[in-house]
Design a protein around this ligand. Structure first.
Ligand code: BES
Ligand code: ZN
Length: 625
């Protein structure tokens, strides 16, 4: 099978080693790069090397040391970019190795890099650059085989007037005469290029564990350190017990400026995190557990192409929730609770409920035309941008399948399979068939049980999988309170509600409560007919308006806006100028648009320049602009 999201001829070569140097040009908002590849031809002779590029300017190409190799850029095709065709000078035979160097510049049309003026950074002292390559944006940063089925060790260097972090182990820093420095990194583990990363700006670090440093702008470093230092090493140790030893050296992470479009991104040795995680109550730390889990699922064992996205994300959510279960068990032991394992299972179940709600809400929101996005194994064609199919489906449906397999075989038996699978495929790229083959091979004596799983339904049909059995103890209080609000709309008496109702809820229960309130909005019933209820809600629970926790703030805004409360349309609209995380930004604009198209477009135009190019493109599509 060929990856349809690359224009390269990656299958003709074995890529042994890559090295990339980047000069960061802040005034021009571009990078000047040169990349070197050592390639061995496999199977059939070839006289061409075809690489992916997107909005790159190619300055020169050298093949085996001669600087004047012929090359051409083919016309751009959306969304894949322009193929760079390099003439190797002769027909290169299988087993022969060629060394190719490409010198190039990025352009401001590219989607991988965001340059921020110093005025929009926290410290306002230095400009900032960061990259986001997943899914198919690496080609806007470097000419390459932009497919996750090609994995290579890299030497990475960058020259910049400001601190640089890249997706490798830091080796050394050399000062240059012009005031810049050159930063050297080594990535000895073979990686796909969607994991390539660079950040540069006024960045400092602080320890959050014996093998972990958190980085951020100086103003936020203390808060960032506090947010993660209690959990980081525990996460690592629990994950290592579940799978096997962490192979990447140190686990470091960087808190980015607010326009970073994701919650987190598992760039090796340098996880990227949204600043919305710094909520001052450590309630969003599981995003770090998630990105850490990618060190095995995704970064060691990588999806072969984007139609198998669930193998990366479903497995990662599975490991994330197991890490969280481990944390809960340790906590229960410390507190001397009677049955720590049961408490762990209860917490795990509670988070599964949050995930399941997200899946249900998504399917409700997408409506009947979205079947192709609802399958676990996606049907992608070369016209598709994998970013468009990004949703809860690979995450939560993928997780549900793994939990279903775990429950079918028994937790203890499945625990043995986890290290087996990750060891078998580490440093390689896999698809769903590889996963299934290994499952059947490992559980040879349980074939009948495995055959009882309706694979076609799970993997290839749209829609909700059979709802797993959840222990709803922790969620029940949240459901009950939401039900009480819903019932109170009958007589309009809201005097019975007060802040005591939610005083004992932890942040995740506050989330489930809001999700349940929101889920009362259907075709037949809507809070917009009961906006007096949500006015009373606002008054009863003032902390929903003052929280630093973006998960809660966002859901509260959404609930209030779903009741068409103009005060909150304005508040949410203004808030959209301070966050760039697409998990919030996209649904918020979709809802605003549903309530009042004009208002949605006005805010989008107002904040457009603060968003990342990926976010800008997707919101534009969401708003039909
Ligand atoms: N790898 C993803 C982010 C991603 C996916 C970037 C697809 C580009 C394309 C990352 O690991 C992730 O899943 N982040 C989540 C956090 C999470 C806890 C589910 C996010 O950003 O919300
Ligand atoms: Zn992930």
């Amino acid at each position: 099978m060929v990856d349809v999201t690359t224009l390269s001829n990656y299958q003709a070569f074995d890529l042994k080693q890559g090295s990339l140097h980047i000069d960061v040009d802040f005034p021009a908002k571009v990078i000047h790069g040169h990349v070197t590849y050592e390639l061995t031809v496999v199977e059939a002779a070839t006289s061409e090397l075809v690489l992916d590029t997107s909005y790159l300017k190619i300055n020169s190409v050298s093949v085996n040391g001669s600087d004047d190799a012929t090359f051409k850029l083919r016309d751009r095709v959306e969304p894949l970019g322009s193929a760079l065709v390099i003439d190797l000078g002769h027909s290169v035979l299988p087993g022969e190795t060629v060394k190719v160097v490409v010198e190039y510049d990025s352009t401001t049309d590219g989607t991988a890099l965001q340059f921020l003026d110093k005025e929009v950074t926290d410290g306002k002292k230095a400009p900032y650059l960061f990259s986001q390559c997943q899914a198919i944006h690496a080609r806007a940063m470097v000419p390459c085989f932009d497919t996750p089925s090609v994995k290579t060790p890299y030497k990475l260097t960058a020259t910049s007037p400001h601190q640089v972090l890249m997706s490798g182990r830091p080796e050394k820093v050399e000062k240059n005469d012009d005031g810049t420095s050159t930063y050297f990194f080594d990535q000895p583990v073979p990686i796909p290029l969607y994991l390539l990363t660079i950040a540069s700006g006024d960045i400092v670090g602080a320890p959050i564990g014996p093998r972990s440093t958190i980085y951020s702008e100086p103003a936020g470093i203390k808060a960032a350190q506090w947010e993660f230092e209690a959990d980081m090493e525990n996460f690592l140790q629990i994950a290592e017990r579940l799978v096997f030893a962490y192979e990447w050296g140190n686990y470091d992470a960087l808190v980015l400026p607010s326009s970073f479009p994701y919650g987190g991104m598992e760039n090796p040795n340098c996880t990227f995190l949204t600043p919305t995680l710094i909520c001052k109550d450590r309630s969003s730390v599981l995003v770090v557990a998630h990105e850490l889990a990618h060190s095995w699922s995704g970064n060691l064992v990588t999806l072969k192409d984007w139609s198998n996205f669930w193998l990366n994300e479903g497995w990662t959510v599975y490991l994330e929730r197991r890490i969280q279960e481990g944390i809960a068990i340790a906590e229960a032991k410390r507190e001397g609770r009677p049955d720590p394992e049961a408490y762990g299972a209860l917490m795990r179940s509670f988070h599964a409920i949050i995930g399941w709600n997200a899946l249900e809400n998504l399917i409700e929101a997408l409506g009947p035309d979205a079947d192709r996005y609802l399958k676990l194994v996606l049907d992608l064609t070369s016209n598709d941008d994998p970013d468009d199919s990004f949703s809860s489906v690979p995450y939560e449906k993928g997780l549900s399948l793994l939990v279903h397999i775990e429950q079918t075989l028994g937790k203890k038996a499945f625990d043995g399979f986890i290290p087996h699978y990750f060891k078998k495929y580490r440093y390689r790229s896999v698809d769903t068939k590889d996963f299934l083959d290994t499952l059947y091979e490992y559980f040879g004596d349980r074939k009948a049980d495995l055959d009882g799983i309706d694979w076609d339904l799970w993997l290839h049909q749209p829609g909700l999988p059979p709802k797993p059995k959840f222990d709803t103890t922790l969620a029940d209080e949240c459901y009950a309170l939401a039900k009480k609000w819903h019932a109170a709309t009958e007589d309009g008496d809201y005097s019975k509600f007060s802040k005591d109702d939610i005083a004992q809820f932890d942040p995740n229960q506050l989330v489930v409560f809001l999700d349940t309130m929101m889920a009362y909005n259907t075709d037949k019933w809507s809070w917009s007919k009961h906006s007096d209820a949500l006015k009373a809600f606002e008054e009863a629970y003032p902390e929903y308006s003052t929280t630093h926790n973006a998960e809660i703030l966002f859901r509260h805004y959404m609930l209030q806006v779903s009741a068409h409360r103009s005060k909150f349309m304005e508040r949410m609209g203004e808030w959209l100028g301070t966050v760039g995380r697409m998990k919030y930004v996209r649904p918020a604009y979709v809802l605003l648009n549903k309530v009042d198209h004009k208002v949605a477009v006005e805010y989008f135009k107002k904040w457009l320049h603060t968003y990342h190019p990926i976010c800008r493109t997707l919101v534009k599509k969401d708003l039909g602009l």
